[in-house]
Ligand binder design. Sequence first.
Ligand SMILES: Nc1ncnc2c1ncn2[C@@H]1O[C@H](COP(=O)(O)OP(=O)(O)O)[C@@H](O)[C@H]1O
Ligand SMILES: O=P(O)(O)OC[C@H](O)CO
Length: 513
Amino acid sequence: MEPLLLALDQGTTSTRAILFGPALAPRATASQELPQHFPAPGWVEHEPEDIWQGALATLRAALAQGGAAARDLAGIGITNQRETVVLWERASGRPVHRAIVWQDRRTTAACAALRESGQEALITRRTGLLADPYFSATKLAWLLDHVSGARAQAERGELAFGTVDSFLLWRLTGGRVHATDATNAARTLLFDITRGAWDDDLLRLFGIPRAILPEVRDCAAEFGTTTPEILGAPVPIRGIAGDQQAATMGQACFAPGMLKSTYGTGCFALLNTGATPVFSRHRLLTTIAWQLGGARTYALEGAIFVAGATVQWLRDGLGLIGTAAETGMLAQQADPAQAVYLVPGFVGLGAPWWDAEARGAIFGLTRNTGRAELARAALESVAFQTRDLLDAMAADIAGEVGVAASGTGDTMVLRVDGGMVASDWTMQFLADVLGAPVDRPTVMETTALGAAWLAGLQAGIFPPPGGAGDVPRAFGATHWRLERRFLPQMAREEAARRHAGWLDAVRRTRSGG
Ligand SMILES: Nc1ncnc2c1ncn2[C@@H]1O[C@H](COP(=O)(O)OP(=O)(O)O)[C@@H](O)[C@H]1O
Ligand SMILES: O=P(O)(O)OC[C@H](O)CO
């Protein structure tokens, strides 16, 4: 029997484990909600013990549901919410504080101070990122400064820092392995993405002792084995990647110019830019897409903090809808004569605006505006935000050798996944606003698929990539299947007019506007 692969996807709102059979066919899925903690406005925390218990429970449940045992597994792949910070005691394995989540804005002032003192240029040059509270370093510095005794303990080498993957790896291996992969390291603000190493200048800038950092490995590597009591026998952990990077692999975006966008709570679009990093001139992020055999592939990333969360707000905050799926039906019924724009700046605006102080706004209300127009505006906001990201990407790659617009001919094709792409109406409007095809695949668990693929690659189940051109043949051609392509139907002038209305709404929403 061909060995099985187990993927652990530790996300912001849930933890999922998926067992994959031969040819990466999903065989069993287990999932558990992750409780959220909001101790102050703008603060978001997770209990590390909840993360750990959720991982244990779902790994065990997926294996049992699939009628499999530890000995049937060729490996485990871990993929995770990125940037979230855990700090724990090496001796006891006990976290010294709750995890500070990527959405947490408590370090907004510290980031503003970095920008004002002219430090952002160094940060961007080394890490491809910006001085924004989204990333790990200022959160880690906050923990070292606010948890009693933590800084002294850290300097004595008694504490370990990790993104969620590192923390899970530490627990799964019984405290034997303190490591991460290059994609997670690339989100900390402490990692030089060109050299592929922790950066001493940045460690000094943020006041982070080197002794607490994990070792950085390839995405497909030997990360150690699980302790026997976890699944009944030791299982090798053979893949790690941040969730958006894993989705980029799961969407088989292996050639430069290929692009995917994931629509869950937020939205993350990644464009493969090949072996050389492209540093954005339009406030996008430059990040490591994957590191295999010591060679790095880079991506341009647009991160939007709120996408499907707007739909949740219509349901849970306003009570305008009973289920997320109702929004599509309402959008269809909405009055075409009303131009209502909803700018979902609930936690500020992400790429390409990076305005932490902005707050949400709705424009164009009349006495005829009802829930249908609001539902349509919520769905449209996701497409307009994507258009802003893709416009910035197109401008960044114009003239870059080897990063032509992807897919077929000169047209940019967007591969989509995440809970929100179930909405046909939204996907059609997305194609209309982008003026580009939108491809929805058959397997929607692209994040877990990417993690399983990494573990299978390391286990030797899949042929190793012998060069950039071999990877798509080894995976994309065999494991990615189109479920439906949405083609643009709206006249280009109409799409341009609506997008201009959106940009005006964003301008009026921004804190300096
Ligand atoms: N049919 C639908 N139409 C519009 N939005 C939807 C639909 N189904 C799910 N969603 C939205 O998708 C999101 C869930 O996607 P998911 O990928 O599970 O998110 P996450 O992994 O970030 O928790 C929710 O915000 C929900 O409102
Ligand atoms: O957990 P998700 O799917 O919402 O993804 C979170 C991202 O990794 C944050 O950068």
